[in-house]
Design a protein around this ligand. Structure first.
Ligand code: HEC
Length: 210
């Protein structure tokens, strides 16, 4: 009797989940009709293993709307340019910039900034937004990235005019190579050493504010 009751309840739950999902889908379809197709909202599932993206010099790019060629064209241009909607750029697994639709926010050239938590199971969005997002060291993303010369569309690298990050190229490589969402790789000695220095630096700068 109890078993039957449980089964019936499970059935009911399933039905309501399906109803909720299909109601949600209908809403989304209606919303999509009303706006441009490029009006997308990045979701947690869009942030996967950093090394599965396309490597450009020291960082990684992709395009969540499928137009990776347009993204790569700007990334590889010697004179800069404006990244197309859907572009995602990451230097480290826990920070990302995603280009939203035109008009999302003129202050940020339509970039949305993300601070993420990453684990083997995937990414969780800790903070997202435009001018209010700060990184784990309390630095405001936009304040730094806005210092890039205008032709670089807020992308800093080492030579575009932003204040530098306190991370060496070996540290950055080591951070990229230890993204918990990617398959583990053996770190070369210089990257292992860089990681140890980074851990010592973090320990010395005290407990994190979170
Ligand atoms: C102290 C200034 C500063 C702050 C604060 C900062 N960044 Fe950066 N960011 C840089 C610099 C400089 C680079 C380039 C570093 C390099 O290539 O060695 C960079 C690189 C990046 C890149 C790779 C593309 C590029 O611009 O070179 C992304 C994506 C990024 N940062 C996102 C973020 C996000 C998201 C935040 C906030 C959560 C943030 N950054 C906060 C200075 C900063």
């Amino acid at each position: 009797m109890r078993q039957i009751h449980k089964a019936a309840l499970a059935g009911l739950v399933t039905v309501s989940v399906i109803l909720a999902v299909s109601a949600g889908m209908t809403m989304t379809a209606q919303e999509t009709d009303a706006v441009a197709t490029s009006d997308f909202v990045p979701a947690e599932s869009d942030f996967a293993c950093i090394r599965d993206m396309h490597a450009v010099r020291g960082f990684y790019v992709d395009n969540l709307l499928g137009d990776v060629d347009a993204t790569l064209e700007v990334a590889n241009s010697e004179t800069g340019g404006t990244y197309p909607a859907g572009t995602i750029i990451q230097l480290v697994p826990t920070e990302a910039m995603v280009k939203r639709e035109a008009g999302y926010n003129p202050l940020t050239n339509d970039w949305e900034f993300f601070e993420l938590d990453v684990a083997a199971s995937g990414a969780t969005i800790r903070v997202r937004g435009s001018d209010e997002v700060v990184n784990q060291f309390g630095g405001n993303c936009l304040e730094c990235h806005a210092k890039a010369e205008p032709q670089w569309d807020l992308i800093c690298e080492q030579t575009h005019g932003c204040d530098p990050l306190p991370l060496t190229p070996a540290m950055l490589k080591a951070i990229q190579n230890t993204d918990p969402r990617c398959e583990a790789v053996e770190l070369p000695a210089d990257q292992q050493q860089a990681l140890q220095m980074l851990q010592a630096f973090r320990a010395a700068s005290g407990p994190k504010a979170d």
